[in-house]
Design a protein. Sequence first.
Length: 593
Amino acid sequence: MENELRQRAMVHLQAAQAAARAGQLPAAIAEYRAAAALRPDEPEIQFELANALWVSGQFADAIAAYREAIRLRPDYADALLNCGIALANSGRRGEAHDVWQAVLELNPNDIDALNNLASLCRSAGKIGEAIDYCRRALAIDANHVGIVNTLGSAYDQQGDLDQAVACYRRALQLAPHSIFVRSNLLLALTYQQALSPGEVYDEHREWNRLFAEPLRAEIQPHTNDRSPDRVLRVGYLSPDFRQHAVSFFLEPILQHHDRGQVEVFCYSGVARPDAVTARIRSYGHAWREMVGVRDAAVAEMIRQDRIDILIELSGHTSGNRLLIFARKPAPIQVAFLGYLNTTGLDAVDYRMTDAWADPPGMTDPVYSEKIVRLPRCGWCFHPFEEAPPVAPAPHEKNGYVTFGSFNKLSKLSAAVIEAWATLLKNTPGTRLLLKWGSLADESTRQRFFRLFAERGVEARRIELASGTPSMAEHLGTYGRIDLGLDTFPYNGATTTCDALWMGIPVVTLAGNTHAGRIGVSLLHAIGLEDLIAQTPEQYVHIATALARDPKRLSELRGGMRARVAGSALREPLSLTRAVEAAYRQMWHAWCMR
């Protein structure tokens, strides 16, 4: 009887493994469950079942199966490692930490556990701990690509882009075909801009050569109905249909699409849906889940949906699915919003922007896509519905002006620190408030205090704040700022819009790339062109003059929300119609080929 049960379980297990290899996850899961029912004491079956459940997006069931495998074999290191990953990706960081620590108790030199703990600490903003775990791991294996990449990501989050880029380049020396490391490098180079725009463009084109060109053979002929004025089937593909900067700007368009012009399909890679996900789904567009679905299968899904225009919203940021676009499942593919640089892909035809972020002739040579400039500002945002009212100007109570920036630390370049230090020295008594989640980390805090001290600014004039429990509280923190300072050469977008909505005027510096001209586009849209500097010296001069003119600061603050509300930044219908008109022009051009 025992042998018969074992043989029947083996038949199911082999069928499950074959289905899993073929990407037939529902069938694989059913077969694994059948095998487990026959052999409930086999931890390996539970482990493979958990893996299939995880890949299919059934995270809670996957964790339960991993837990069962661990119960059956407490020293099952692979199950512990994967269970920790599933827990971490489900937001259960404390449990993940405990599971990986259990692996280290079994083997203090387990590289994967050290790497996972480093990544967990980094994502939790504990940058110093993350770096320590990385160094501990590299002492065991100095050539471990994953660890070197994780260390680069930690430095990136700390704002030390020089160190981050060095790590990514080292990782690529070890593994030239690591797609994720190369995308990390491209994003860091976009922030850093130590290279010329042309050199950064060449790096993006290398990504295309290595990863996209080999997939050209999978591109199929497009048989879409070429009627020029029919309703277009438009797909938006993103892992960020959630509380994220992309949705902040995309949602107004999804909300206002004319269904007589476009039929919208959302291809979602959101692993952990939230209230924003639910709101976007409520608009009633076709919704397709991509979590756990392979790139080739998603491309086929898009072809089956007969999508005419597919919108790329992530670029080389986390969770991107650029290899879907490399397969060109839609005849027209367009980059928009989510990445402030070229994708580098031959398969992406267009990039939508505006003439302020991308003046004609300035940035065209460094895009692999053809530039389509909308006739108005390319940005429209959806303010947080529970945003508090604009607070009184804090200088009126404090007796001094407070500058502030809530931008990501990787945007705080050496040139930015230099300009802010000069500004503080020009305006005795003023303060600077910086806010970002990883500023809770002591090593990160000390790094920024040191950077300012090296430029003659005392720590007492710098306040470093970290995360707040809610979006409403985060926005409320703007009530402590008199004047916002944009970053360069990579400007803020969401942070600038948040600041403006909360009444804060923002000074920006116009650069020579799209990432360095977002502030130009936003301030032009609300009629505050006099806050746009052309040089770092002028940037400091504008901010200094405003700090010495508290009356104007108060006047700007008092009218800022009404100014924004009456501007193009709050005209979603206008932007949506401009976007739809651009889609129609692209479609007409394709129909005439």
